[in-house]
Unconditional design. Structure first.
Length: 560
């Protein structure tokens, strides 16, 4: 028959038993030490007392005079008894150098030989010893009596060991009462502390707590989402590896307040907010983060649990998908336009106007080929060349002229492997998209004021010429160890007070709920170790200049 397995004692119970044993051991050890030291102290005190008495009697002039008399006992016996009674010692014996007693507490012992050692005293030394005499074992001191340089007598003062032991027993009794009180008080305090510990550990034993800690650590490091726990003072109580990476926190982050971490103001406000937050997009220097937070109520402290998700890659892929959709729409529009032009050529041929059909077709081909030749000749990087051609088609569909400046020049193979082509597409693609919208009057988003969002550039006219088309000017150039990507438009420009705001969410040109284009541009530039500058272009609109190093540095190396 197998006995049922019993659950191990809880951690609080184990600690209670250990602490009770420890308190008892400490109290017992202190009691033993106090007893030993008390006994030794009592013996030392007794020895000092009898030594002082013996020396005082030996130095008394009346004792020396009495010794000179024919019957010293007649004077010395009453004197010795008075001294013994006043000092509370057991005996004061005054004797001749030969050891014959002149005084003794028992008068019948007067005249008998002193029981004890005298040799050292006869040599002029004062010494102490424990010796068994007529009164039993005693602690005694023997000292010589000097008269004119001669030793004329000896004095022995002593106290019985039984009296010393009786004093020690009284001290031990008081010590025992104190030790019992200390043990009771320690046991009560231990019980109160362990009762509180039992509530906080929910009665779990050490193995269960250890297993829970192991699971906690494994889950904390295994989860790919960032996890951040704040206490009631908005200090970081816990953060996992993913959270450190997403927020760029160092190893000393735990224990610091959120407002001391140099995070963006909007993200700091979301972490400090007392109300729950759900799926909020926030920007850091190089990431787009989705923040969810919920306050914790209960226990002794109030805090917040925050989860963080990296939205950077998803946002980049979303931007690439939007670009692909734009390319598709541009190709569809070009196919439609090509069909119309082809029908025109066919109709001209059917009308017998072959020469006009050839001129029309040639002009269209030359117009399309000029930009292609210009882009392919100046930009040797295939990814950027394809991007520029696609964006030119999209801009043309919206009535915007995309111009590649004459100073543009980027040979193939110039870009280092450490400079991600995806970042280049993000930077140049978003800048061109925003420039096209600005040129057509759509730039500004929800952060722009009513006058700016409603502004449409007035067509510029010159003598004998029609209105000038909205224009976007692009410069792509490798010069001086850096790559320059510059995009300018003919829109209304950006006011000086909004220079920093354009890089925050909300300046999107593609509808509500987006607004991350320019923020992604700055993030991509920072990752590559570069910078973004905003100025005013030659056409009066905004001009964004992105400079990226061509030394093959990664973003982390550049920031370091």
């Amino acid at each position: 028959m197998r006995l049922p397995r019993t659950r191990p004692r809880s951690l609080a119970g184990q600690l209670f038993a250990m602490q009770v044993v420890l308190v008892a051991a400490v109290v017992a050890g202190c009691a033993v030490y106090a007893y030993a030291s008390g006994s030794e102290q009592a013996r030392d005190t007794a020895e000092r007392q009898v030594r002082a008495t013996a020396l005082a009697v030996a130095a008394s002039p009346s004792v020396r005079e009495a010794i000179r008399t024919p019957d010293p006992s007649a004077v010395l016996q009453p004197y010795a008894e008075r001294v013994r009674a006043d000092t509370g010692i057991a005996f004061v014996t005054i004797m001749s150098p030969a050891g014959s007693r002149w005084t003794h507490p028992n008068t019948a012992r007067i005249g008998e030989t002193f029981l004890g050692h005298r040799e050292r005293a006869l040599l002029g030394e004062t010494f102490s010893e424990t010796y068994t005499g007529t009164l039993g074992p005693s602690i005694r001191v023997v000292t010589p009596v000097r008269d004119g340089g001669r030793i004329t007598g000896l004095v022995s003062a002593g106290i019985t060991v039984d009296r010393v032991s009786r004093q020690v027993r009284e001290q031990v009794r008081a010590l025992g009462l104190a030790a019992g009180g200390a043990l009771a008080l320690g046991g009560l305090g231990t019980y109160v502390v362990n009762a509180r510990l039992r509530r906080h550990t929910h009665g779990m034993n050490a193995a269960e707590l250890s297993r829970m800690h192991d699971y906690h650590q494994a889950a904390l490091h295994a989860v790919r989402e960032g996890l951040l726990m704040l206490d009631g003072q908005r200090r970081i109580a816990l953060v996992n590896d993913a959270g450190r990476e997403l927020l760029g926190l160092g190893p000393d982050a735990v224990g610091r307040r959120v407002d001391e971490l140099a995070l963006p103001a909007a993200l700091t406000g979301a972490l400090l907010a007392p109300e729950p937050r759900a799926d909020e997009l926030h920007l850091t220097a190089d990431r787009v983060i989705v923040v969810n937070s919920r306050p914790v109520v209960g226990g002794e402290r109030r805090g917040t649990v925050v989860t963080l998700r990296d939205h950077t890659e998803l946002q980049a892929l979303s931007g690439e998908l939007d670009s692909e959709r734009g390319f598709t729409r541009a190709l569809r529009a070009q196919a439609h336009e090509a069909a119309n032009r082809l029908h025109t050529v066919v109709s001209l041929i059917e009308l017998g106007r072959a020469e006009e059909a050839v001129d029309f077709a040639t002009a269209e081909l030359e117009l399309a080929q000029v930009l292609t030749d210009r882009v392919v000749g100046a930009v040797g990087e295939p990814v950027l060349a394809a991007l520029l051609l696609g964006k030119a088609a999209q801009a043309n569909e919206q009535g915007v002229e995309l111009v590649l400046t004459e100073e543009s020049l980027l040979d193939d193979g110039v870009l280092p492997d450490g400079l991600a082509r995806r970042d280049l597409v993000t930077v140049l693609g978003n800048l061109i998209d925003n420039a096209v919208d600005a040129a057509t009057g759509g730039f500004g988003g929800r952060h722009g004021d009513a006058a700016r969002t409603a502004a449409v550039p007035v067509p510029r006219a010159s003598a004998g010429a029609g209105p000038v088309r909205p224009r976007v000017t692009v410069t792509v150039r490798a010069d001086g160890g850096e790559l320059l990507l510059r995009v300018a438009d003919s829109g209304p420009g950006v006011e000086a007070g909004d220079a920093d705001a354009v890089f925050r969410d909300g300046w999107s040109t593609r509808g509500s709920g987006r607004g991350l284009g320019l923020a992604l541009v700055r993030q991509a530039a920072v990752r590559a170790g570069g910078s973004v500058e905003l100025g005013r272009g030659a056409d009066g609109g905004a001009e964004f200049s992105v400079r990226l190093p061509l030394a093959g540095r990664t973003g982390s190396e550049a920031r370091a």
